[in-house]
Design a protein around this ligand. Sequence first.
Ligand code: HEM
Length: 463
Amino acid sequence: MSVHPFQHFLSLDMTGFSLVALALLLSLATYFIASRLYFHPLSHVPGPPLAALTEYYVSYYDLVKDGHILKHLEQLHEKYEAYDSIYRDPRFPKEAWFYAAFTVPQSLFGCTDIKAAKERAAIVRPLFSRKKVFQLENVVQQVVDRFMSSLSKRSGTGEIINLYRGFSSVTMEVITTYCFAKAYHIVEYPNFEHPAMVGFQNSNFTVFIMQHFPFMRIVLFNMPAFIRNRFAPAAAGRVLFFQTLEDQITEILANPSSLENGEHETVYHHMLNPRNGVKFEKEVLKQHGASLVGAGTETVANTCTMAAFHVLDNKEIGRRLRAELVDAWPELEVPLPLEKLEKLPYLTAVIQEALRLSHGVVSPLPRIVTEDALIGGVLVPKGTVVGMSQTFVHLNPDIFPNPKKFDPDRWLVKGAGDTANYLVAFSKGQRSCIGVNLAWAELYLILGNLFRKAEGLELFDTV
Ligand code: HEM
């Protein structure tokens, strides 16, 4: 078979072209890999080479491995303790790319500008001070009473209750009543599956998607409702919740004097305060409201779930907790005030241990290093994004021996007060949790009431 001279020329040329392209590609890849591994300003920072090469290293663990980046990071981070240097340094702002995925950039939580965040925190902080939480204790107590009454209706029926959903219901209802004086009747909803609560909870995964694929923020929020409901129900829940908040805000803005007749002080009294000229726009109010619900629902519910599991799982822990509660609270008809509950040492230790093992927020919360800084003994250049998961502090065996064991006694031994400095569930520094007092109050009231009043609770099908 004869070969046409042109055909020969073409095949020779294609091979030559492919070789040149391949060589070019290899050189580019070598240049990229070498510059990232050896010449990048962070090349001296320890860590796996693949993570230095691509940001999709984290995306893979978040999206494909169901958030298992933490298990993986735990092994990597054992040696690198730098929590305080990162979070206590007031010069390091929150990193915008990460926080943008929560779609509340104008809220206190989402605000990445140091000065603006400080001003915003100062406006709402009075609502969450220890004094105010004590003044509004009955708001929390009433929701807890409603939760207990929902539970007692199921008592003796043999019904299986998803307590995690139950705790999420009570914590979401506390936030909406405490912050907005608005009850959604979440704790009364069948199976503790109120659509706003379940929708908000399920939508957490969409945050990861929006984090790694930012264009999805526009897609998910702007697609027609019927498509979103059909193909992205989790995002639909989030949108539905934002809408309910917006409706309340629209009503208040149309009739600001309604605040004077409200049941109690709310976040709107602080964010729409004619006396000191504070008047935020509707969008800011909406985002701030949503972020309070986001920050205050799952966190408290996770801690309650962690405590309840271990109290029910470990007979001795359950016995000691109940004995302490019965002793301090003989008359069940009269609620035991927060002031008394927080003086109970074993209950306090159970809560501390539950906070430690539920960690607060498990994702490393990123900050930007604005000036060259020494973090964990490593010189980190200006502009670097740094963060450390709270899990690495809470599971450090040098601080908490046998760290995976739920052991309230570790908080009762001499010197445990110092160890409390390492309980970083609420983070540290200027951007630490503004709701810490409310959170503690909820934990005391929910767990105190549950383990004093509910009888016959048993674990079912847990691992
Ligand atoms: C066990 C319960 C809770 C835990 C463990 C917890 C933990 C945290 C953590 C770790 C942060 C820092 C987040 C970051 O750096 O981005 C934070 C911030 C925040 N938390 Fe909580 N939280 C809890 C309950 C609450 C409650 C009940 C509220 C409701 C008022 C709340 C409102 C906030 C807000 C608004 C922020 C943002 C503060 C800022 O960025 O300056 N949290 N929380």
